[in-house]
Write a new protein. Structure first.
Length: 252
């Protein structure tokens, strides 16, 4: 296999294929994809393999290192929405893969709304969202016992001892915080990141207000298999609670 093949199959192994779920749902006339928070542009490796040459792929990322890597990968990339070149927005789709929770986490609420308003003002034909989400709080099981009997008990206690009203103002509930822990216990983050990164925002509740000129054509909650397997292996927990959500918005 050549380098392109190796890169493609490496992405498949990481479960990246699920991140292009929207391709079969957007209108066939769509010819431009704008990937907000594109990182190194890995998504285009999959997209162009599935539909060679069909889309103009444009990335947006504010991280200089990611911009450098994306350019090395041949990606057309910009640092903000305002820098986008002229495109036919009526034939375009905005991709928001695992970025809504970061926008809410790292931005003041007003600033986050301003960014969403800027997205809406561009009048993309489609907006495809895939992210972690607190889909519902009722019937959420209590997994404290299983975690406290695991090798991660001390890490869990440290996590829960943080002030939830400061770190998680919208989800200061111990069952929700426990689920949050199960999603991030494997990741090494700086103290500042731990204070500000919240995975389980209820972003879906804000969609009708933010994107009022769009209709929901697809909306589904789900679990990510490799995360489920990891939690089962480490804690003996069979997680039956959907932790992610996909949503396709189409301009009315």
């Amino acid at each position: 296999m050549n380098e392109a093949d190796n890169r493609y199959f490496a992405l498949l192994e990481k479960g990246m294929l699920d991140k292009v779920w929207f391709l079969e749902k957007i209108e066939h006339s769509t010819d431009t994809l704008v990937d907000f928070g594109c990182g190194d542009g890995s998504l285009f490796t999959l997209i162009d393999r599935i539909y060679p040459g069909r889309f103009r792929y444009i990335g947006i990322d504010h991280d200089p290192e990611m911009i450098k890597l994306a350019k090395e990968n041949g990606i057309e990339i910009y640092s903000s929405l305002s820098e986008l070149p002229e495109i036919d927005y009526g034939k375009s789709a905005l991709i928001l893969n695992s970025v809504l929770h970061e926008i809410f986490s790292y931005s003041a609420f007003n600033a986050a709304y301003e960014l969403f308003e800027e997205m809406a003002a561009k009048k993309f034909r489609h907006i495809a969202i895939r992210d972690m989400c607190l889909n519902r709080k009722d019937k959420l099981p209590n997994y404290t016992k299983e975690i406290m009997e695991s090798a991660y008990a001390e890490q869990y206690q440290e996590f829960m001892e943080k002030n939830p009203d400061t770190i998680y103002p919208d989800i200061a509930d111990y069952k929700v915080l426990t689920l949050e822990f199960l999603l991030k216990y494997r990741y090494k983050r700086s103290k500042e990141d731990e204070k500000s990164a919240v995975y389980l925002w209820r972003w879906h509740a804000h969609i009708p207000e933010i994107f009022s000129e769009y209709i929901k054509e697809f909306d589904s909650t789900f679990r990510v298999p490799y995360i489920i397997r990891q939690i089962r292996n480490d804690f003996g927990i069979d997680l039956q609670f959907d932790t992610h959500r996909k949503m396709l918005l189409t301009r009315a």
